[in-house]
Design a protein around this ligand. Sequence first.
Ligand code: FEC
Length: 300
Amino acid sequence: MPAPGAGMSTAVVLMAYGSPERLVDVPAYYADIRGGRPIAPEHLADLVERYRRLGIEDSSPLNAITEQTRAALELELGLPVYTGMKHWPPRIADAANAAVDAGADTIVGLVLAPHYSALSIKGYRDQLEEALEGRAELRFVESWHDEPAFVELLAERVRGNDAHVVFTAHSLPERVLAMGDPYRDQLLETAGLVADAAALDDWSFSFQSESPTGEPWLGPDILDHLRDLHERGVERVLVAPVGFVSDHLEIRWDLDIEAKELAQELGLELDRIEMPNDDPVFVRTLAGIVRRELGVRSTA
Ligand code: FEC
């Protein structure tokens, strides 16, 4: 029996950024991210080195976590859930085709990234729409940055901590502001909601993971921000990424290695919150978002 509000056959396409499985995949993966634009050899070498030092030959955390989340969400919803990656197989088109081939006439598109930008979420939507070619009704979740259960999940992880909390998210080229993109405002809204829910009075926001594309990116960057906090006398920092939901390169390298190394140099104590990954509370949160999109009363 289909869930009330859903079509005769409903499926979810759960989308994530995607990660290379092996070091030899990194050039093709980076080329996909660049979309045909040239890559400086030193930038490629640097990226290969980051993945090598994280040990991706043994485990590809983002892809594995995405699969665990997919399986848990499928169980929670009692609906088929297909994984579609933006930059690596299984691609978003593979997921769309699998869902339609299995008979889905309604598809909920949900990205494992809470904040809308034309430079991020729109790309997922475009890939899904193109692959579906109108073969199923698409109900696409544009953003879920103010989802109360997500806000509470994050608040739970920072509440009662007396360190200075730095909320972070992936930076984007500064030109998004001139485009009227809601990305930065949505991020600041999430941070403010979490800070209120956790009754924090000592917190700030910074961007991370800027790419060497030769144009200005949104700041302050986390590394500059840590230097600044240190100069202002802050001694302990808790980093709380709000723009990501899984352990991956941008968390395990940019924060756990790069930011931590700088903090050590400065004599700053730096910790970060656990990512939601496939935490059952987070999976129920995702299920609640899907049910709402389908017009079904949520139990999350
Ligand atoms: O663990 C992994 O293997 C993948 C980690 C990963 C995630 C991720 C999320 C986001 N990105 C966003 C925007 C951009 C823009 C560019 C860009 C470039 C990269 C490169 C790698 C990379 N991103 Fe990423 N991103 C991840 C990984 N990202 C690797 C290329 C090398 C480098 O810069 O270090 C610049 C593209 C260009 O060159 O033109 C823009 C945004 C997110 C968060 C939303 C989402 O998850 O989709 C926004 C995870």
